[in-house]
Structure formats: C-alpha cells, structure tokens
Design a protein around this ligand. Structure first.
Ligand SMILES: Cc1cc2nc3c(=O)[nH]c(=O)nc-3n(C[C@H](O)[C@H](O)[C@H](O)COP(=O)(O)O)c2cc1C
Length: 374
C-alpha cells in the first residue's frame, strides 16, 4: 500500500488513546473556578472544545496546598476537587473526546497571600522571580519528598476519581520543576542542586512517582527547553535539556509537549522550522512517546510540522479560546475568528470571553439574521 502523507487530520495512537486528528487544546489557565473546585461552567467550556477522537489538556491544576499562586484556579488534591473535575471529563467523553489533566506547582511564582498561613511560597532555593517580591523559602529534603508524593496523589485522583484519560506534568514555563532545573533559580548544594543530574533529580523523582501510581501510557510531560520564561535561565541550556529529553526516552510516556519559543505576536522568534526546538527534536527516540509542539501555530505551520515529521500533534492555545470549533474550522479551511480584546477575558471570571465565543455556524446564523429585512 502506498504510504499516505501525514496531515493534521490523520489518526494516531497516543498512549491509550486513539486520536482521530492531531489538533490538541493546549493547557490554558482561565481562572473560572471560584473556591478552587472545577465546576459546571468549566465543563461547558471543555465540552464546547471537545471533538470525537480529539485531545484536550486541562488548564494547570494545583497538586497540593502550597502549589497555587492564582485566584480561581482549580485544584486536584482532594476527592471534592476530583468530583468537580468529573463534570468536565464526563462532558468531554460524552462527545467522544479525551482529556488530560495538567498537574501544576507554581513554586516561587506564588505569593504569601495564596499560601497556607500566609507563609512565603516554596521553591528549590530562596530566590525571587522579581526584585520587588520577597524570596521564596527553599524546600527541605523531607518537603521535597512530600511534594513528589503530592504529584502521585494528584495523578491517582485525576485518573481514578475525576476520570481523566491521563495526566500531563507541567515541567515548563518557569514553574517549580523548572525552578529546580535551571541554574539561576537552583542554588542548592545538596543532591537536588549543582550538577545537571542533581538539578533534574526532582523532575525524575516526580515522574517515577507518577508512573508508579498510574500507567506510563497515561502520563505526559510539558517542557519548555531554553525558553527562559518567568525568570528562569540556565548557564548551559543545551546540555541541560539534552540530558532531560534523552532520559525521557526511558519512560514510554504517552507524549511530550514542547513549548515553542515563538508565541506569535507575544514572543517573537524565528519561524517554527528554524526554532530552537529543531535541535532537540531528534533526541526524542521512543516511538511510543509522541511529540506535541505548541506555540504560535497556524493551520499552515501546523500542517507543515506534521507533514515533515517534526511533530505528531500540535497544541493550539489562543485560537482555541476564540474558536470553540477550531478543529472543524481547520479541517474545513474556514477563517479562524480573532478577538482583538481576547486578553481582557483570559482570567476575568464568568462566561464572557469563555463560553460565549460562537462556532462558525452560529456566526453565520447571527450575520444572516442581522442582514435580514424585518
Ligand atoms: C491565557 C493563557 C493561559 C495559559 N495557561 C497555561 C497553563 O495553565 N499551562 C500551560 O502549560 N500553558 C499555559 N499557557 C500557554 C499555552 O498553553 C500555549 O503554550 C500558548 O498560548 C502559546 O500557544 P498559542 O500560540 O497557540 O496560543 C497559557 C497561555 C495563555 C494565553
């Protein structure tokens, strides 16, 4: 049989999932979970973006009481949190879709007001993301072990109680795992600091604990190699991320999501086929672990990344906010709706700029009624 050209709409097996296309909802914090419990409005938002055989990744969901730094974000460390999330997973499954939970610990990006007893946030070391913020407190070894356990507990709750199809460990964007990885935020002199192997120890302990708790075929990870986001920076990023990505080959994970340094108009960079990720991509050699690229993708650049084999899956963020039917618009080559004011709705609360973006059909119907003579 002649080999077929891969496209965004070729099916693919990812972990235990049989995906019918390669367009994924990238994790997007939307701050619509007052009381830190995912709710029915969140379920509506995810179900609007669900497609048969399509993968959604939840917004970052916090794994223990020390892991949060933002208002109205959903947690996943008690049964009540899991029950809240079950509304979303049920709604997505009802449409034949899949959904992973992104496990999140923000570390030093938190502030005392979000911490138990108004204490300073925790991190790998006593550093601060900004000069005008008081420094975080360095976790001691026993606390690091507890935090590792919290990731496993969250993974078990996500899969067994909230019925997610898998979990994605957030090891990107300057949050806690990256605070351990990078040399400017990890000043430790014990086994979690110093050499690359030591700085990566926390990440691999988290991964080991999670894959011991749930099958590796339901586990994924997000990494942002050399992106220097939210204050982290490494002395030798190539050596650091080469080490990390090579070791990830040993885990039979469902997928690895790599953040593109390019975020469209927000963060400038060279085109995707010349991005820093191009040098790291060949390091990922495990055929069971699919590769998702996310950041600044359009229909054409996504198609090209899949066709050329740079990516198995493409994550879409902002376009999926303004186009609940993004998958269908991409498939039918329809215009992608833009909202110049989308940023004001990112974290604003309520259904506005959350569940009220129309599908293509709704947009056309509204135009039709507006232009009809009455
Ligand atoms: C409002 C907003 C919230 C985000 N929240 C998260 C998050 O919770 N976890 C995460 O890994 N990335 C998060 N991101 C990054 C996105 O997953 C994605 O990488 C980014 O939007 C670039 O992709 P895009 O160009 O398709 O929008 C967020 C981005 C935006 C715009």
């Amino acid at each position: 049989m002649p080999s077929q050209l891969l496209s965004l709409f070729s099916p693919i097996k990812v972990g235990d999932m049989k995906l019918e296309h390669r367009v994924a909802l990238a994790p997007l914090t939307r701050s619509r979970s007052p009381g830190f419990v995912a709710n029915a409005l969140n379920a509506l938002y995810y179900s609007q973006r669900a497609t048969k055989g399509g993968l959604l990744i939840s917004e970052g969901t916090c794994i223990d009481p020390y892991s949060n730094g933002y208002a109205n974000v959903p947690f996943i460390f008690t049964k009540e949190h899991a029950e809240g999330w079950a509304l979303s997973t049920e709604a997505v499954h009802a449409k034949g879709g899949y959904i992973y939970a992104q496990l999140w610990h923000v570390g030093r990006l938190s502030q005392a007001s979000f911490q138990p007893d108004n204490q300073p946030p925790v991190s790998s070391s006593a550093t601060s993301v900004r000069e005008n913020r008081p420094p975080a407190r360095a976790l001691n070894i026993a606390e690091i072990q507890e935090t590792v356990k919290s990731y496993a507990n969250a993974a078990i709750l996500a899969i067994n109680d909230a019925h997610f199809d898998g979990v994605e460990i957030h090891a990107a964007h300057g949050y806690l795992v990256e605070q351990f990885l990078n040399s400017n935020s990890n000043l430790r002199t014990d086994v979690y600091g110093g050499s690359i192997e030591n700085r990566a120890r926390f990440l691999f302990e988290v991964l080991d604990a999670v894959v011991a708790a749930v099958p590796a075929s339901k586990v994924a990870i997000r990494i942002s190699p050399d992106c220097n986001m939210q204050g982290v920076k490494d002395d030798d990023p190539k050596a650091l991320y080469t080490y990390v990505l090579q070791r990830l080959n040993d885990y039979n994970l469902a997928y690895i999501q790599l953040t593109e340094p390019l975020w469209g108009a927000w963060v400038q960079g060279p085109p995707h086929d010349q991005s820093k990720l191009v040098q790291y991509r060949p390091l990922l050699k495990n055929p069971l672990t699919k590769v998702m690229l996310t950041g600044g993708y359009t229909r054409d650049s996504a198609e090209s990344a899949v066709e050329t084999g740079r990516a198995d899956l493409i994550g879409f963020g902002r376009d999926f906010i303004t186009n609940p039917d993004l998958v269908s618009r991409l498939e039918r080559n329809l215009p992608i709706a833009q909202d110049k004011d989308v940023v004001s709705g990112h974290y604003s609360g309520g259904k506005e700029k959350y569940t009220d973006y129309p599908t293509w059909e709704e947009e056309q119907a509204a135009k039709y009624y507006l232009t009809r003579e009455v």
